[in-house]
Design a protein around this ligand. Structure first.
Ligand code: C2E
Ligand code: CA
Ligand code: CA
Length: 279
């Protein structure tokens, strides 16, 4: 049973021949990754398609492993959540994203909003609001330039505490958006209780929006709901001109996707900011 090869992230070796051991090894490596500075943030533009302006960017985590290369978050965040490592990693993400945003402002670029993904495990920590505050204070970033992307699954437990935390963050001036809207939680009841700013239409609805009438109907329903609840909307995973014109038609003002840019490292995003200034 030895022909394991080295395709993609399947880093099996003879000693790592079962899933439990692989997990332990990955966990061990992840443990060291923070101190060895192996995590990096990539940034993807969020664009206003009415005004053709950059509104902000989403920070997306990458793990730059010396042997495995760049590992995407889908391949390690679940384990980081399971082991609790997402807590220190999430702190690092928040702090680094705030510092980077502030650094770009200090370079003289117009201030933009930085969206940061928050794991439910991280959000449920008692000191979560404090962690956000510290990231803001350490970086000197004003709260209105930080947006937290949470998922609707967060509404499943401790609803009162969740609402309290969101209210505190909102009062500070931090923005809140619901990531992957419509994919996670069956009841929309939380929408009444949550103080939020924005719904993110999940990529899975955007993908076939021009071919699949059901997806088109869902996107239109989300637009209608957002309008009556007075929420902003962003569509993610926009790749084609057809998707873009559909979104323009239904007055979805903001988009994120490969059609504008993939997530890129900070130095490449800097070039994008420079082009945005002259555009
Ligand atoms: P997400 O928050 O829904 O992020 C959007 C994902 O879609 C990103 O994948 C992004 O690279 C990808 N994407 C953006 N535009 C397009 C497009 O036009 N076409 C396609 N096919 N894909 C597009 P990524 O970076 O691999 O992240 C995957 C997930 O990992 C994220 O999904 C998020 O749930 C999680 N994640 C990423 N960074 C962090 C982080 O710092 N903390 C936490 N807790 N989770 C993170
Ligand atoms: Ca996100
Ligand atoms: Ca998403």
């Amino acid at each position: 049973a030895k022909d394991y090869g080295t395709n993609g992230y399947r880093f099996y070796t003879a000693e790592m021949n079962d899933a439990v051991i692989q997990k332990l090894v990955l966990e061990e490596w992840m443990n060291k990754a923070l101190e060895q500075d192996e995590f990096v943030l990539y940034f993807q533009p969020q664009v206003d398609i009415f005004d053709h302006r950059l509104n902000g960017m989403e920070a997306l985590l990458r793990w730059n492993h010396p042997r495995l290369g760049v590992i995407s978050p889908g391949d390690f965040i679940p384990l980081a959540e399971e082991t609790g490592l997402i807590i220190p990693i999430g702190k690092w993400v928040l702090r680094t994203a705030c510092m980077q945003n502030k650094a770009w402002q200090l370079e003289g670029f117009p201030p933009l909003k930085m969206a940061v993904n928050i794991s439910p495990v991280q959000f449920y920590q008692d000191d979560f609001v404090q962690v956000v505050l510290e990231a803001l204070q350490e970086s000197g970033l004003e709260p209105q330039y930080l947006e937290l992307e949470i998922t609707e699954g967060i509404a499943m437990y401790q609803l009162d505490q969740v609402v309290d935390k969101l209210n505190t963050l909102r009062e500070l001036g931090v923005h809140i958006s619901i990531d992957d809207f419509g994919t996670g939680f069956s009841s929309l009841n939380y929408l009444k209780k949550f103080p939020i700013d924005k719904l993110k239409i999940a990529q899975q609805f955007v993908r076939d929006v021009t071919d699949d009438p059901d997806d088109a109907a869902i996107v239109q329903a989300i637009m209608a709901m957002a309008q009556s609840l007075n929420l902003n909307v962003i569509a993610e995973g926009v790749e084609t001109e057809d998707q873009l014109s559909f979104l323009l038609d239904v007055k979805c003002r903001e988009i994120q996707g490969y059609i504008y840019s993939k997530p890129v490292p900070a130095d490449e995003f800097y070039d994008l900011l420079k082009r945005n200034m002259v555009a």
